[in-house]
Design a protein around this ligand. Structure first.
Ligand code: SF4
Length: 338
C-alpha cells in the first residue's frame, strides 16, 4: 500500500557510510516495520527504531538519534519541513499506492462547483495532476495552490499550514480534498469559507464539508466560555523543534497578564493531559501543534484553547470569522527577551 523507497534509502545509507541508523515513524506506519527494516538489514546497517510517538516532520528525532550514536536518521511518513537537523536526515514520504481516480469519479456528481481548488496530503500528492486532468475533461477548472511555509508541494495541506488553500481561495468556488481524516478538509473549509468535497481513496468514501460547521463552532464557543470562567491559565508550548512556538507563547502570557489574568508558560515535549493535569490550571492555551486543542480536547479535563480563541476570550478578537490556527516562522522564534 505504501512506497517506502527502498532504493533511495539504500543510496542514502551508502552515501553517508552509515553503520547505525535511527528509524522514526508515525503510529500508522509502525505495523510496517518488518518491511521497512528489511532495507536496513539488506544494507548491513544496524537499525535502531525510535518508538516514541511522532506526528509530523515538525518532530525530527535527530538529537535523540545522535545521543544514541546513530550516523543518520530516516524519518518516515512526512515531507521535509526544512527544519535543521544535527545529523544527516532522510524523509521518506511513504506515498500511498492507491489511485483515487475511481473514487473521484464516483464523487463528482456531488461537486456543484466548476472552479475547483485541489488539496491533498503528502501521501496522495503524486495523483494531484491526474485528478486535475480528469476535472478538466469534465469541464471543470482546477487550481492548485502554492505551498506555504511548512509544506513542500503545491496543493499540500498540513494541519498547521492551510496556505495552499488560501492562496487560490479567491479564484475558486469550492475545493476537492484527497486524503483520509476530517481535520484537513474541515480546516480548509474554515480557513477559506468555501465548501470542500473530501474524498477518501482508502475507504472509497466521500463527503461534502460546509464552512458553516455549526456543531464544531458551537463546541469551540462553549470551550471559550468554560475557559473564561477560570483564573489560572497554562500557556503550553512544545519543545519539539517545529512546534516550539515560544515567541507566540510569550506574547500570550503577556496578553493574559495585561488583561489581569494569571498565566504561566509551560514547556513540554508532548502536550498530553497526563503531563499537565497535576499543575491544577483552570484552562490551557496550546501554542504547540494547532491540531491538539481541536483533535484532543476531549482528553483534557480542563478547556484547551487555540491562540486565536484565547484572544477571543480576552476580548481582543471576534469569534466570527473563525480563524484556524497555523504555525508561522515568527511564532517559532524566541523574539526579544524583555
Ligand atoms: S505541528 Fe501538528 S499539524 Fe503541523 S506538522 Fe506537526 S503534528 Fe502536523
Amino acid at each position: 500500500m505504501y512506497d517506502f523507497e527502498e532504493a533511495n534509502v539504500r543510496r542514502f545509507l551508502e552515501q553517508h557510510g552509515a553503520k547505525r541508523a535511527a528509524i522514526q515513524l508515525p503510529a500508522g506506519l509502525k505495523q510496517y516495520l518488518p518491511e521497512i527494516k528489511e532495507t536496513f538489514d539488506k544494507a548491513g546497517v544496524e537499525a535502531l527504531v525510535l518508538a516514541d510517538s511522532c506526528y509530523g516532520a515538525c518532530d525530527p528525532a535527530d538529537a535523540q538519534a545522535k545521543r544514541l550514536r546513530c550516523d543518520v536518521l530516516v524519518h518516515y511518513g512526512h515531507a521535509n519541513m526544512r527544519i535543521p537537523t544535527c545529523l544527516p536526515t532522510l524523509y521518506v514520504e511513504a506515498r500511498i499506492l492507491i489511485d483515487p481516480i475511481k473514487t473521484v469519479e464516483q464523487a463528482l456528481p456531488q461537486m456543484k462547483f466548476k472552479r475547483v481548488g485541489l488539496l491533498t496530503n503528502v501521501q496522495h500528492i503524486k495523483y494531484l495532476q491526474k485528478v486535475a486532468k480528469l476535472l478538466r475533461s469534465r469541464g471543470a477548472k482546477p487550481f492548485i495552490g502554492r505551498p506555504g511555509p511548512r509544506a513542500k508541494y503545491p496543493g499540500q495541506l498540513l494541519g498547521c499550514d492551510f496556505s495552499c488553500a488560501c492562496s487560490v481561495a479567491s479564484h475558486v468556488d469550492g475545493f476537492l480534498y484527497i486524503g483520509t481524516g476530517d481535520f484537513h478538509p474541515l480546516g480548509a473549509a474554515l480557513a477559506t469559507g468555501k465548501q470542500v468535497l473530501a474524498i477518501n481513496p482508502v475507504s472509497e468514501g466521500f463527503k461534502l464539508i460546509s464552512p458553516a460547521i455549526d456543531a464544531f463552532l458551537r463546541g469551540r464557543k462553549a470551550m471559550i466560555a468554560r475557559a473564561a470562567a477560570g483564573n489560572r491559565f497554562g500557556i503550553v508550548v512544545s519543545t519539539k523543534p517545529g512546534q516550539a512556538r515560544f515567541n507566540l507563547a510569550r506574547e500570550l502570557v503577556e496578553s493574559f497578564r495585561r488583561a489581569g489574568r494569571d498565566a504561566c508558560l509551560l514547556a513540554v515535549d508532548e502536550v498530553k493531559p497526563e503531563e499537565l493535569s497535576d499543575f491544577k490550571f483552570d484552562a490551557f492555551v496550546c501554542a504547540a501543534c494547532p491540531r491538539i486543542p481541536i483533535d484532543d480536547a476531549e482528553r483534557f479535563e480542563h478547556p484547551i484553547l487555540t491562540p486565536f480563541e484565547a484572544q477571543v476570550m480576552l476580548g481582543k478578537a471576534k469569534f466570527r470569522p473563525y480563524e484556524m490556527d497555523e504555525v508561522s516562522k515568527e511564532d517559532l522564534s524566541w523574539g526579544k527577551v524583555r
